[in-house]
Design a protein around this ligand. Structure first.
Ligand code: HEC
Ligand code: HEC
Ligand code: HEC
Ligand code: HEC
Ligand code: HEC
Length: 540
C-alpha cells in the first residue's frame, strides 16, 4: 500500500537503487559526496531563485527521474544523477533540470554545465469568482478541455463516482423526495421536510457553482441547463485547489473548506498537482494532493448537527494515519498501466508507479471483497447440536467498515437446512435487528435472495443506525431517538457464534453490502441496493 511513500523515504536516506530504476539522487554535504560518489554518477549543482533572491526548500529534479534534492538556505542544490543505467540513452540525453516550490510555477532549464540557475515565478493565489470552469470531456472544438490530452485519466474519472456526484439519481431522490420509478414523492425529502437545509448539499456534491442565494433555496436550478457543474467533482475544480483547511474539518463543507485559486487572466491557465517537474509554466507543485487533508472537507461533515460523514476523522484514529498511509495510497493507487499522462500531447514517459489512478474505488463489491475475510467453522457439540463460528475481518481499510454515507451497512446472514431442504430455526445466537428489514410479510418488493427483509433471522448488522421515534431510519435532518454504531474496526476480527439443531446438514454464512436500509430502498424503488459480497457454506 505505502510503496509510493516509502520510496520517498528511501531517497532521503541516501543513494539508493530502486528496482530497474537507477535514477535517484540525494542532498548531502559536499565532502562526503566526493569521497563516496560511485562511478557513473554525475553531480549537478546550481541555484534556485525568485526575483533574484535565493529560495530554500525547493524540490529540484532531473525531469521524470524519481530522485530529488532540496535547495539550501542560499538556494543552492547538489543533485546526483546516474550517467548510465537501465535506460541506455540517459548519458547522452540533454538533461532538463526542474525546481518546484508550493506557491510558484514549476521552473525548468536545460543542463549545459554547472551551475544551473532556476527562476521560479509566483502563482497568483487570488481566486477569481468569474472564472469559467473548463469541462472534462474530450472535445476537439474546445482544445483546453482536459480529456483532449489526458484521455486515460479522463476514462478513469468518468467511471468514478466523483463524475456522477451531481447527477446521481439517488442523491436527487433524497433531495427532492422523488422516486426511481417517477411516481409520487415518497420517503426522505429534504426540500419538503427541511427546506431551510436546501443549500447544504451542493458544497460537496455539486461543488463548482459560485455560492448564490438561489442555490441555497433550490439546487434543482443547476439541473436546468447544460452546465459544467453537472459534471460533479470534476477535473478543473479539483486541480484549482491551492489549499485545504484542517480546522474545523467537518464544519467547513466541501468547497468552503478548500482554498481555490482560479486565474484572473483566463488566457494563462494554471493547475495544481502532485508532480514536481512539469515545467510548462502552467503547473504548480502541491504536496497537499498526496495527503488525506485534501479529501477531508468533502469526506467529513457534520450536517444539521449530525456527524453524518466521518471518514477523515476515522482515518485519523487508525495506525494507517500514524504511518503516513493517506487516502490516496489506497483509493488512487497507481494501476501500473499508465506510463504517460498526456501521450501525443506533450506528455513524457514516466515510471507508472508514480502516476495515480482517478477511478477512486470504494463501495464496488469487487473492491470490498478484496478487503474482507469471512470464515465459517462448524463443530458438533457433545449434545449433537452444531456450533457455527464466524470470523469477519477487514484488512487494509483506513477507516471503519463501512464508512462514508451513514446508511451503508453490512449484513451477515446465517441459514441452516436439514437433509430434506427445510430451513431450521437457530437454537441460539444473535439475530438481525429491525434495520435489516421486517420479517416475512414485507417481501412485496423483491424476492431475490439478498434483497429480502431479514429482521429476526440469524446474523449481525454492521453499520450506523439512527431511528426516528416510530422506528424508521432517520435522514440527517430528522431527529433520532435511537442511535448505535456496530461497524468493523480496521484489521480487527469480529467473531460471532450461533447454534443450530443437530438435524442441520447444510449451513451458509452470507455477507451482504447495502447502500441503504431495506426501508429506504423500497420507498425509493432503488434496484441493486443489496449486493452479495461473500458466501461460505458447510455441509455434511
Ligand atoms: C477529487 C479530486 C480530483 C479529480 C476530480 C481529478 N483529480 Fe487529478 N488528481 C487529484 C489528486 C488528489 C491527485 C494526486 C494523487 C496522488 O498524489 O496520489 C491527482 C493527480 C493528477 C495528475 C498527475 C498524474 C497522476 O495521475 O498522478 C494529473 C495529470 C491529473 N490528476 C489530471 C486530472 C484530470 C485530467 C482529471 C479529470 C479527468 C482529474 N485529474 C480529476 C485529484 C483529482
Ligand atoms: C493541450 C493538452 C492538455 C490539456 C488540454 C490539459 N493538459 Fe494537463 N497536462 C498536459 C501535459 C503535456 C502535462 C505534462 C505531462 C508530462 O510532463 O508528462 C500536463 C500536466 C497536468 C498536471 C500535472 C501537474 C503537476 O504538477 O502535478 C495536471 C494536474 C493537469 N495537467 C491537469 C489538467 C486539467 C485539470 C486540465 C483541464 C482543465 C488539463 N490538464 C488540460 C497537457 C494538457
Ligand atoms: C469536492 C468534494 C470532494 C473531494 C475534494 C473529494 N471527494 Fe470523494 N466524493 C465526493 C462525493 C460527493 C462523493 C459521492 C458521489 C456519489 O456517490 O454520488 C464521493 C465519492 C468518493 C468515493 C466513492 C465512494 C463509493 O461510493 O464508492 C471515494 C472512494 C472517494 N470519494 C474518495 C475520495 C478521496 C480519496 C479524495 C481525495 C483525494 C476525495 N474523494 C476527494 C466528494 C469529494
Ligand atoms: C489502508 C487503505 C485505505 C485508506 C488509507 C483509506 N481507505 Fe477508504 N476504503 C478502503 C477500502 C478497502 C474500502 C472498502 C471497504 C470499506 O468500505 O471499508 C474503502 C471504502 C471507502 C469509501 C466507500 C464507502 C462506501 O461504502 O460507500 C470511501 C468514501 C472512502 N473509503 C474514502 C476514504 C477517504 C476519504 C480516506 C482518507 C481520509 C480513506 N478512504 C482512506 C481503504 C482505505
Ligand atoms: C461534507 C460533504 C457532504 C455534504 C454537506 C453532503 N454530502 Fe452527501 N455525500 C458526501 C460524500 C463524500 C458521499 C459519498 C460517501 C460514500 O461513498 O459512502 C455522499 C453520499 C451521499 C449519498 C449516497 C449516494 C449513493 O449513491 O449511495 C446521498 C443520497 C447523499 N450523499 C445525499 C446528500 C444530501 C441530500 C445532502 C444535503 C442534505 C448531502 N448529501 C450533503 C458528501 C457530502
Amino acid at each position: 500500500v505505502a510503496a509510493r511513500r516509502l520510496s520517498a523515504v528511501v531517497v532521503l536516506g541516501g543513494i539508493s537503487m530502486l528496482g530497474g530504476l537507477v535514477l535517484l539522487s540525494v542532498w548531502m554535504p559536499a565532502p562526503a559526496l566526493h569521497s563516496q560518489r560511485p562511478a557513473g554518477i554525475r553531480l549537478i549543482t546550481g541555484c534556485v531563485l525568485m526575483d533574484g533572491q535565493p529560495v530554500a526548500g525547493a524540490t529540484v529534479k532531473v525531469k521524470t527521474a524519481r530522485g530529488f534534492a532540496l535547495s539550501d538556505a542560499s538556494g543552492n542544490f547538489k543533485l546526483l544523477h546516474p550517467t548510465s543505467g537501465s535506460r541506455g540513452d540517459i548519458a547522452s540525453r540533454v538533461l532538463r533540470i526542474t525546481a518546484a516550490k508550493p506557491g510558484s510555477f514549476i521552473a525548468g532549464a536545460d543542463w549545459t554545465g554547472d551551475p544551473v540557475y532556476l527562476h521560479l515565478q509566483p502563482v497568483d493565489l487570488t481566486d477569481n469568482p468569474h472564472y469559467r470552469w473548463i469541462a472534462p470531456h474530450p472535445d476537439a472544438t474546445k482544445p483546453q478541455q482536459c480529456g483532449n490530452c489526458h484521455q486515460s485519466i479522463f476514462d478513469e474519472w468518468a467511471a468514478s463516482s466523483h463524475a456522477v456526484s451531481a447527477s446521481n439519481p439517488r442523491f436527487w431522490n433524497v433531495y427532492d423526495g422523488s422516486t426511481a420509478n417517477g411516481g409520487d414523492a415518497a420517503g426522505w425529502n429534504l426540500l419538503q421536510q427541511h427546506p431551510g437545509g436546501a443549500g447544504v448539499c451542493y458544497s460537496c456534491h455539486v461543488p463548482s457553482p459560485q455560492p448564490a442565494a438561489k442555490l441555497l433555496r433550490d439546487l434543482r436550478r443547476v439541473r436546468a441547463g447544460d452546465s459544467v457543474h453537472l459534471e460533479g467533482v470534476h477535473c478543473d475544480f479539483c486541480h484549482k485547489v491551492a489549499g485545504a483547511a484542517i480546522e474545523p474539518v467537518g464544519l467547513n463543507h466541501g468547497r468552503f473548506g478548500l482554498q481555490l485559486a482560479r486565474p484572473t487572466q483566463p488566457q494563462h491557465p494554471q493547475v495544481f498537482g502532485p508532480l514536481a517537474d512539469v515545467d510548462r509554466g502552467e503547473d504548480s507543485y502541491s504536496p497537499l494532493y498526496s495527503k488525506s487533508q485534501y479529501c477531508a472537507s468533502c469526506h467529513e461533515g457534520v450536517v444539521f448537527g449530525v456527524h453524518a460523514y466521518s471518514t477523515y476523522s476515522e482515518w485519523q484514529r487508525t495506525s494507517y494515519a500514524s504511518q503516513g498511509v493517506e487516502c490516496q495510497d489506497c483509493h488512487m493507487a497507481p494501476t501500473g498501466l499508465m506510463t504517460n499522462i498526456a501521450p501525443g500531447n506533450g506528455g513524457l514517459e514516466r515510471e507508472p508507479r508514480t502516476l495515480a489512478s482517478h477511478s477512486l474505488p470504494g463501495s464496488q463489491p469487487a473492491f470490498m471483497r478484496q478487503h474482507l475475510d469471512l470464515e465459517l467453522t462448524v463443530n458438533r457439540s457433545a449434545s449433537g447440536n452444531l456450533n457455527a463460528g464466524i470470523r469477519l475481518q477487514p484488512h487494509q481499510t483506513g477507516h471503519m467498515t463501512p464508512t462514508g454515507h451513514p446508511s451503508r451497512h453490512l449484513i451477515l446472514h446465517l441459514q441452516a437446512w436439514d437433509a430434506a431442504g427445510n430451513l431450521l430455526p437457530p437454537l441460539s445466537g444473535p439475530v438481525l435487528p429491525a434495520l435489516a428489514g421486517e420479517p416475512a410479510g414485507g417481501a412485496e418488493v423483491s424476492n431475490t435472495e439478498t434483497n429480502q427483509p431479514l429482521a429476526g433471522q440469524s446474523g449481525e448488522l454492521y453499520g450506523r443506525t439512527r431511528l426516528t421515534a416510530d422506528g424508521r431510519p432517520a435522514a440527517f435532518w430528522e431527529e433520532a431517538t435511537f442511535t448505535s454504531d456496530t461497524r468493523l474496526h480496521p484489521d480487527v476480527p469480529r467473531r460471532a457464534a450461533f447454534v443450530f439443531p443437530a438435524a442441520a446438514s447444510r449451513i451458509t454464512a452470507t455477507l451482504i453490502s447495502r447502500r441503504f436500509s431495506y426501508y429506504v430502498a423500497r420507498q425509493k424503488g432503488w434496484k441493486n441496493n443489496s449486493r452479495e459480497l461473500l458466501k461460505k457454506s458447510w455441509s455434511q
